[in-house]
Design a protein around this ligand. Sequence first.
Ligand code: HEC
Ligand code: HEC
Length: 307
Amino acid sequence: MIKTFLLLFFTTTIYAGEPISPIPLNTKVDMKKAKLGQKLFFDTILSKDNSTACISCHNVFDGGADSNSVSSGFADKKGNIQSPTVLNSKYNFRQFWNGRAKNLFQQAQGPINNPAEHNMNAEAVEERLNDSKEYQKLFNSVYGTSKISYKQVLEAIVEFENALTTPNSRFDRFLRGEIQLTKDEKEGYVLFKQNGCITCHNGINIGGNSFQKMGTFVDYELQKDYPDRSKITNKQDHKNVFKVPTLRNINKTTPYFHDASAKTLKEAVRTMAKYNLGIQIKDEEIDKIVAFLKSLDGELPKILEEK
Ligand code: HEC
Ligand code: HEC
């Protein structure tokens, strides 16, 4: 008992002073509901022409995004912005690049209704699923009702997303005092803080908790019109403002930025330094920051390992 207490005390003090906190090892999820959500997330039944599933653009086994500049969904229609990761998205303060959804429940209605993604609507989803004997049975066992509702569908998907956390990255284990980082990783973390990356990328998701301008110090030229924050607020100075993306598993979500303009992490770090800090970082220092960023790769969410 005393030992556990001491251990708790010790581990919290180790990372208490740091501006980044580790992902909890155990998150509370309703497994049965989440498993149903997983099936829906993987199933093309939620798209009008049975071509597209959430997983088409969010590969949860490998970074949670896709490797395209813009994703294709219904009838190969192209989206208008890079797809962000769904891993650890429950820790974001808002959803979408411009934060137009206040939570995952609101978010999930976006792709289902988007003509360039699933191209469906509430009634069509309910009709499809209620026609399926298999889904009738599954929903009945989770919700105890004979009729499937759109709300239940969204709830199940959200519960699956709640299970998509990636704990135990090397960096989190370092924060908990379990391992040492390599020299480069450690120096990279120091550079990340010293140069000021940490002012926007901090907290549990190392991002995901504020809106910031792409081009805070040096104007960033837009190639075309993107759904940035100004589309929500109608404020001119919100042009080019986006939710700061999470840097967890960033090693696996190339290409980078809303416009997919950076193909490598190195390039992304250099661009960030120039536009968002107004500085130039030496090549070998960029390599160290990249080493630190790679230490943020977490474990595959447990739910994906279970049958
Ligand atoms: C055709 C590709 C595509 C499909 C299919 C798709 N998404 Fe997305 N998803 C995107 C893109 C692109 C964005 C960013 C859009 C934006 O911010 O304007 C996004 C954003 C998100 C986000 C917000 C993440 C963040 O950090 O803001 C979540 C969560 C998400 N999608 C979950 C889902 C779910 C659940 C489904 C299935 C119901 C789904 N997506 C289907 C491409 C897709
Ligand atoms: C002023 C706030 C701010 C600072 C400082 C900042 N960033 Fe960013 N970062 C952002 C925003 C906003 C984006 C999204 C930009 C976009 O997509 O156009 C971003 C995107 C990124 C991305 C790409 C993420 C993705 O999923 O596409 C990486 C990598 C990154 N930042 C690393 C860094 C590093 C390393 C530093 C320090 C050298 C840094 N950032 C400094 C706000 C900031």
